[in-house]
Design a protein around this ligand. Sequence first.
Ligand SMILES: [Fe+2]
Length: 244
Amino acid sequence: MPIADDLASVFRRLDVDAVRAAYWRQNELLVLERLLPPALVEALAAEVEAVRPAIHRNYIPRHKKGGSVSFYTLALQAPAILGLYRHPAFLEFLARVTGQRAQPCPESDPHACALYFYTEPGDHIGFHYDTSYYQGTRYTVLVGIVERSSSRLHCQLYKDLPGRAPEELRLRTEPGTLVLFNGDKLWHSITPLGEGEERVSLTLEYVTNPRMTPFKRFVSNMKDSIAYFGFKEVFARRGASPTQ
Ligand SMILES: [Fe+2]
């Protein structure tokens, strides 16, 4: 697996101490521009094209407009994405940076890893935290795959940190750029897409404790159905999942 070997060497070459210091200095946010090897980025982009027919679009006034493809589809059709999500060197890297042994989400979670498509003018997502419905901490890794847009990942650092003034950051997520953050700490949005533009990003979610109370599971399912993947995708597939 040359791509997997490539990826392992990328993480071996990184100065983990410097990277960890940057992550903590920014209240658990790390940006590594164009980190992923070109061959992997190409493979990810090919899978983006392969799953386009499965895009589910939705619109929540004043909060969100765009398309997504869930983990259930990626698990069947996107081996390079799944390989990245579960790559041991990548998991080791996350553990060394965050100081936590986070693991991929349960296979019943449609957000475990998912693609987000911004393809129509005005596609965006409003400010939010990636709040954890799990009992443990949730980390998000965002990977740029297609970037032909004026959209930005707009971050507000230190928002709820007492005694610290918030700081704004507007990031362009180029193909292969990787952004890691603690979902409960980074207040973020994606600014609206312009005319004739396109942006596709991959989100990988990791948790330190994969348990969820039944009530939070219900809330999470409803949110995923309404805001992301549709009721059919969330409930029918989750019901059929052997891990449920
Ligand atoms: Fe988010």
